[in-house]
Design a binder for this molecule. Structure first.
Ligand code: LER
Ligand code: MN
Length: 280
């Protein structure tokens, strides 16, 4: 499992760890000991991709994933909307992120940009529109050789597919080539009755994981049971990213530093226990 921090050029908001221009935050991410980052990008068509890719390569930081939710708040682009033009705009917008993701085979997140029931005339219409849009994106992702992560979010931020079990059923029904589930400790903490069991049942279906403590602080700050989550992920052979969708409190460097120490220690413990079990 690879640990990624998060970054954005937006100077506002506490959620996400590094805020600032790429030329400033990517060196800081590297000096903090991270080899991977998830970037939340408001519009991929507006960035200098070559410059970003070079910066990442020069600092040995790989791009694991792209957060895309900002467009729902800024422009209301979403994949389930009643208006076909809005759905198309959302797909084109996500396609631009796929281009940014391509050299690193990063995963493009579909979270808030999926939309809400209220964006269509009925829940049924929303589900149909979203499913059609996802099939379109699935084909595009195949062409760009990247994956998409359909984020399972809690009931206060999403109306559809709020548990891992619902996500698994949806993936099985639609048989996407490139869409996997993206789970998040904050959402699981709200929606799952048994987090370890829910993860174990999703073997082969999980493409991405957001981690933060129950209060959105760095892991280890609150009372979330990371051992249970990481052990379940380890046991199902999850080999993807743990991306720190945490706040930057009390400050960026503290959040980044404490997260890395805590998660590495937890992964080491799980690996050690596994070795001891094998050794008998
Ligand atoms: C997005 O990844 C997410 O988890 C949301 O809770 C953010 O609003
Ligand atoms: Mn998340």
């Amino acid at each position: 499992m690879k640990i990624a921090t998060t970054g954005t050029t937006s100077l506002e908001g506490d959620i996400l760890v590094y805020h600032g221009e790429y030329k400033d935050i990517i060196p800081r991410i590297s000096y903090a000991g991270y080899e991977a980052v998830e970037l939340h990008i408001s519009d991929s068509s507006e960035i200098d991709r070559e410059k970003l890719w070079k910066l990442l390569t020069d600092y040995h930081v790989s791009l694991t994933s792209i957060g895309t939710g900002a467009v729902y708040e800024a422009k209301h682009y979403n994949l389930g909307d009643h208006d076909r033009r809005i759905r198309r705009a959302a797909i084109q917008h996500l396609k631009q992120h796929m281009i940014t993701a391509q050299p690193f085979h990063a995963l493009v997140i579909i979270g808030l940009a999926a939309g809400r029931f209220s964006d269509a005339d009925s829940p049924e219409e929303f589900k149909k529109n979203l499913t059609d849009s996802l099939h379109h994106l699935d084909e595009l992702a195949e062409g760009y050789d990247i994956s998409l992560g359909l984020e399972i979010m809690n009931r206060f931020e999403s109306d559809y597919l709020t548990t891992i079990a619902q996500g698994i059923d949806f993936l099985k029904q639609e048989r996407f080539q490139r869409i996997l589930l993206h789970i998040d400790t904050v959402h699981m903490n709200i929606e799952e009755a048994d987090i370890g069991k829910a993860i174990r049942q999703a073997k082969g279906c999980i493409g991405h994981v957001h981690v933060s403590d129950n209060d959105r602080y760095y892991p280890g700050h609150g009372h979330y049971n990371f051992y249970e989550t990481l052990k379940a992920l380890y046991d199902i052979g999850y080999d993807g990213t743990l991306a720190l969708e945490t706040n930057r409190l009390p400050d960026t460097e503290t959040s980044a530093g404490k997260s890395l120490i805590y998660l590495n220690r937890m992964i080491d413990r799980i690996e050690r226990e596994n070795m001891e079990k094998i050794d008998g």
